[in-house]
Design a binder for this molecule. Structure first.
Ligand SMILES: C=CC1=C(C)c2cc3[nH]c(cc4nc(cc5[nH]c(cc1n2)c(C)c5CCC(=O)O)C(CCC(=O)O)=C4C)c(C)c3C=C
Ligand SMILES: [Fe+2]
Ligand SMILES: [Fe+2]
Length: 346
């Protein structure tokens, strides 16, 4: 008999009381800010067909023949600028957020809800985390990808990893998924409150730039709702902050490769604003639930330098929601709303 493809879990029992769980999933991050650690991380990330929609064999040749020989060292250098004694900011921030949510949901009557964190690339993987939760008795699972706006390249890829896991489990958990929360009232309120709190402490710049991670324009043309959801978040947030159209600017960062990505690009935008005479620019990145390379290095360092080199005085980065009380409250409410109707919570 060939060995079965399906995993049965040691320790998962029939008579354990059913528990509900939430799996938070973020992108993932290298284990160290070194080229050696970047290579497997980038190979997994950039080898994902959701991220790079290119003929497979052609892309494999380019990725392994060219990209993975050059990019690991360059990216490692960028990561080294933001690495902390506890590790990668994305990992540290995601773990703190998960711990704060677990503390909230532990005693939530008639809970408790178990909270775990997985990474789409690297570890702990989606599969490892789901299996671990099952061992702890989780039979109903809510998946919350930590991306407020849906894109096939981010949320869609998390759903692939969840689906692949479900296909391999002998007794998969009952499943719910949050596809996006870009226009969730509580989330928008949390963003507005945290920016207002930051302004109250640090004063206000002349304009607020909202910079979202980019994706290729081609994906949006093919039906990805990401661009539209970013615009909705920006508009709703601007309205809650009482900003005039002229005080709010939206742009897209982190472009990789040569094809056109969503525009306007963040680097060109900060340079344009400086050239137009803006001296004090505030930047927030509402697409990132926790701070990471793309906010701490690309915005707060690289783009700050572009802005000042083009004649601006100060570019100030307003931190992501991270494990703030605002984010913990809004995600707790989002989770409880999606857990409604489960017998544990009726
Ligand atoms: C090349 C294609 C990429 C697409 C498409 C893409 C979409 C996308 N990414 C995020 C969130 C993050 N990306 C991060 C880093 C990062 N992104 C890409 C490429 C694409 N992203 C690369 C190669 C990297 C690694 C760093 C580098 O070499 O430049 C991060 C930060 C990770 C960290 O460890 O801090 C996040 C977060 C979203 C939300 C998204 C689509 C909407
Ligand atoms: Fe990215
Ligand atoms: Fe980047």
């Amino acid at each position: 008999m060939p060995r079965s493809h399906y995993t049965g879990l040691a320790g998962q029992s029939y008579d354990q009381p059913a528990q509900a769980g939430v799996l938070l999933v973020n992108l993932g991050t290298p284990e160290a800010p070194t080229a050696a650690a970047l290579r497997p991380y980038l190979a997994e990330f950039l080898g994902d067909p959701r991220v790079i929609e290119y003929p497979r064999w052609l892309w494999w040749l380019i990725l392994h023949g060219v990209i993975l020989r050059i990019r690991p060292a360059r990216s490692a250098h960028a990561y080294a600028r933001v690495w902390t004694p506890e590790g990668s900011p994305l990992r540290v921030g995601s773990e703190k957020l998960a711990a704060a949510l677990q503390a909230k949901l532990k005693h939530h009557p008639p809970g408790p809800i178990r909270v775990a964190l997985a990474m789409r690339y690297g570890s702990p993987s989606v599969r490892t985390s789901i299996e671990q939760m099952q061992r702890e008795g989780v039979k109903r699972l809510l998946v919350l990808p930590l991306y407020p706006q849906y894109s096939g390249t981010s949320t869609g890829s998390v759903l692939d990893a969840v689906a692949d896991t479900m296909k391999q489990l002998r007794w998969p958990p009952e499943l719910r998924i949050i596809n996006d929360y870009h226009d969730d009232e509580g989330h928008l309120e949390a963003l507005a409150l945290s920016i207002e709190r930051w302004w109250a402490e640090h004063g206000r710049g002349e304009k607020l730039l909202l910079s979202f991670h980019g994706i290729p324009q081609r994906y949006v043309d093919a039906g990805d709702p990401y661009f539209h959801q970013c615009q909705t978040t920006a508009r709703e947030l601007g309205a809650r902050l009482g900003l005039h159209d002229t005080e709010l600017v939206v742009s897209f960062q982190s472009r990789v490769g040569r094809e056109p990505w969503l525009q306007p690009y963040t680097d060109a935008t900060v340079q344009r604003l400086a050239a137009e005479g803006v001296k004090r620019l505030d930047v927030a990145c509402p697409g990132f639930s926790v701070d990471c390379l793309e906010t701490l290095e690309e915005i707060a360092m690289q783009n700050r330098d572009f802005f000042t080199a083009a004649g601006g005085e100060t570019l100030r980065y307003i931190p992501a929601l991270n494990d703030s009380s605002e984010q913990v409250a809004s995600l707790t409410a989002l989770i409880l709303r999606h857990a409604q109707g489960w017998p544990e919570f009726s």
